[in-house]
Ligand binder design. Structure first.
Ligand SMILES: *[C@@H]1O[C@H](CO)[C@@H](O)[C@H](O)[C@H]1NC(C)=O
Ligand SMILES: *[C@@H]1O[C@H](CO)[C@@H](O)[C@H](O)[C@H]1NC(C)=O
Ligand SMILES: *[C@@H]1O[C@H](CO)[C@@H](O)[C@H](O)[C@H]1NC(C)=O
Ligand SMILES: [Zn+2]
Ligand SMILES: [Zn+2]
Length: 380
């Protein structure tokens, strides 16, 4: 039976009166309703390690499930633990584990595929149809005290890795790295990124680490662009918020790209579209160099009209990008080696019991939030 905790009790727990074997988790009960619940704490399976979760980043998708109850066809039908951007310390290991030890600090890769289908065998496990991804319904997420995960989906942090906080950002960084790999981004190329939120910024960081010589970022929010300019962008462009009445989205995009070209922004080798917004997608296609690559990273509307003739006559490669695969070790190494600095993105930290405040902050985009972290129960 689940015990629903009241916050008063919660405060006691967080002052060291935590019952043994507790596993308090933040559960999305129904739309708009997140509650703390205690869950049983069973032992890890033979191939799994148990991790005391220390840091969890909040992603737009967590907030979306909380507010809307679904993303496309993924619908929250029963209570689900939120969170999928986590790091922690190994507290127990299953009997078949060979790599990790108790006490190791790890970044947790939150999607466990089937291991045996065509895509899994081919190293493209992000496309596995049987993927079990944390906090994608119905799979429970990582925003709990103890999380069990197959050993091969945890990456041990090297001694020179900055901290468990940065380790929680390995997940969204992986999205950025995957998009650059798909684009086959090479040293010396130019990139335009639409959307200067966490994913756009991390795509920018990955592009820079891949050797991009010019990164242009486009957004409708000047404060986000100011941040992007300090963080990774060589050039930023403020986009108009509203499409003038009587203008179709695609004509607006055509006009916008014309304005960009006239103002000296050049077409780029690679476009990383991280906003999911219709006019950005269309503008992005017009801003792709002939023979260049457009990668759709952001998710927004399900169906969008695109200038297909332009894609055709200019031989543009147009591709999708879904989550990531085989990026975690690389991401950890890029951060360890100093090629990518994740620290500036961490703008907010919340105690474990203040998780709801963290979700509200991200939802309302309060105080220039980029990435909000929820810390583990013992860091209060
Ligand atoms: C703790 O609860 C979460 C959420 O229900 C669950 O996913 C996890 O497996 C539990 N931890 C352990 C060690 O069983
Ligand atoms: C996820 O956790 C919730 C809350 O503890 C529980 O009610 C639900 O059955 C779990 N779902 C799955 C698929 O394990
Ligand atoms: C711009 O973004 C910042 C940071 O996310 C946010 O605080 C602010 O409310 C946004 N402004 C507008 C007008 O959307
Ligand atoms: Zn995410
Ligand atoms: Zn598979």
């Amino acid at each position: 039976m689940l015990i629903i905790l009241e916050l008063v009790h919660f405060t006691l727990y967080s002052h060291g009166i935590m019952p043994e074997n507790s596993n308090i988790s933040w559960v999305l009960k129904r739309i708009g309703d997140i509650q703390a619940e205690n869950r049983p704490r069973p032992s890890p399976k033979p191939n799994e390690v148990e991790i005391a979760v220390k840091v969890t980043g909040i992603c737009g998708s967590d907030v979306h499930y909380w507010v809307q109850g679904h993303i496309g066809d993924f619908i929250v039908k029963e209570p689900m633990v939120l969170g999928h951007e986590s790091s922690g310390i190994v507290t127990n290991i299953g009997r078949d584990c060979k790599i990790l030890k108790v006490g190791d600090q790890v970044a947790i890769e939150p999607g466990i595929p089937c291991y045996i289908c065509h895509f899994c065998k081919n190293g493209q496990y992000n496309l596995c149809k049987d993927m079990k991804f944390a906090a994608t319904p119905p799979i429970n997420g990582t925003l709990c005290q103890y999380y069990c995960c197959p050993e091969d989906f945890c990456v041990k942090l090297p001694d020179n890795f900055p901290s468990l906080e940065e380790a929680a950002l390995i997940e969204p960084l992986s999205v950025g790295i995957h998009s650059c790999k798909l684009a086959d981004l090479r040293a010396g190329q130019t990139v335009i990124i639409f959307g200067a939120g966490p994913v756009g910024l991390l795509a920018g960081a990955a592009a820079k680490a891949s050797g991009a010589v010019k990164i242009t970022m486009v957004d409708i929010n000047q404060s986000r662009l100011d941040f992007a300019k300090n963080y990774v962008a060589n050039e930023v462009v403020l986009a108009e918020r509203e499409i003038p009445q009587g203008l179709s989205s695609v004509n607006f995009a055509k006009r916008f790209s014309q304005k960009l070209l006239e103002s000296g922004v050049e077409q780029a080798d690679v476009i990383l579209e991280c906003s999911g917004v219709e006019t950005c997608i269309q503008t992005g296609i017009y801003m792709t160099k002939s023979k260049g690559t457009f990668v759709q990273v952001g998710m927004g509307m399900e169906v969008v009209p695109i200038p297909i003739a332009d894609i055709g006559v200019r031989e543009i490669k147009f591709m999708g990008s879904f989550r990531y695969c085989n990026t975690y070790k690389q991401a950890v190494q890029l951060v360890s080696a100093g090629f990518i600095n994740l620290k500036p993105l961490i703008t907010h930290r919340f105690k474990f019991q203040d998780a709801v405040k963290a979700f509200e902050t991200v939802k309302e985009r309060k105080d220039n939030v980029i990435k909000a972290l929820i810390l583990g129960t013992d860091t209060n």
